[in-house]
Design a protein around this ligand. Structure first.
Ligand code: ZN
Length: 240
């Protein structure tokens, strides 16, 4: 899998430009399909030309191709815009998510539409994990189906995105909670009562971990394992 930087090579609108969004407030990556034919990087050139002209999204044309990245039929990844660009011509649909276009029409599996290629599915996984790795465990995986378009990007990628949501946790992504003392300090900041942060597991600390786990919807076992630490990290990040 190769990443191609297509910034500057794609058609843009003569006068309109994308507004900026706050990268720090991005909440996840959202996958789409192109609802058109399969193809390579040249396909993205033609989609960009289509988006900047009068189209189904905007009668006066969009500022540019309305996604941040794309994945070709062979699983090549292309970058269209910097993350700061809110890649949507109107409304706030892409304020919170990074739009990734997967080339092909996957809306009606089993009919005349195509399925994503194995290379595309691999790239979807890699892109999702790259963002998770860069932004942390709280960074979400989504599809257009989460935003009122049930057939985008099709059943196969939707199933994969939902599975990744459930199963992908990066055990190492536990922030700075390497020691029990750090966990105790963090729990106290979150309003729990683990007692003095002494790095020693006692009834107060175990109780505080249980209370956090219960509130976070985790398995309540009183052990600060990778999932619990990751959730504490996220709660801390959300609280600051
Ligand atoms: Zn879509």
């Amino acid at each position: 899998m190769t990443v191609h930087d297509m910034r500057g090579n794609l058609a843009t609108h003569a006068t309109r430009t994308f507004t900026d969004r706050d990268v720090g407030s991005l909440q996840g990556v959202a996958f789409h399909h192109s609802a058109g034919s399969t193809g390579g990087l040249d396909k993205f050139l033609s989609i960009a030309r289509y988006h900047v002209g009068p189209n189904h999204i905007s009668g006066s044309g969009c500022p540019g191709i309305c996604y941040t990245m794309g994945i070709t039929s062979e699983g090549e990844v292309a970058i269209f815009h910097p993350l700061e660009a809110k890649t949507w011509s109107h409304g706030n649909a892409n304020r919170s998510h990074v739009g990734v276009l997967v080339c092909g029409d996957f809306s009606t599996p089993g009919h005349d539409a195509k399925e994503p290629t194995p290379e595309q599915l691999w790239a979807v996984c890699c892109v999702a994990l790259a963002f998770r790795s860069a932004f942390g465990v709280g960074f979400g995986f989504a599809g257009h189906f989460d935003f009122g378009k049930p057939r985008c990007p099709g059943t196969t990628i939707e199933t994969m995105v939902r599975a990744m949501r459930t199963h992908v946790v990066q055990p190492h992504d536990t922030g700075s909670l390497d020691t029990l003392g750090a966990v105790q300090t963090a729990l106290a900041k979150l309003g729990h009562t683990p007692g003095t942060p002494d790095g020693i597991m006692g009834p107060k600390t175990r109780g505080a971990i249980c209370a956090f786990q219960k509130a976070a919807g985790l398995t309540v076992d009183g052990v600060a394992g990778p999932r619990t630490k990751a959730a504490i990290s996220k709660a801390l990040a959300d609280a600051t």
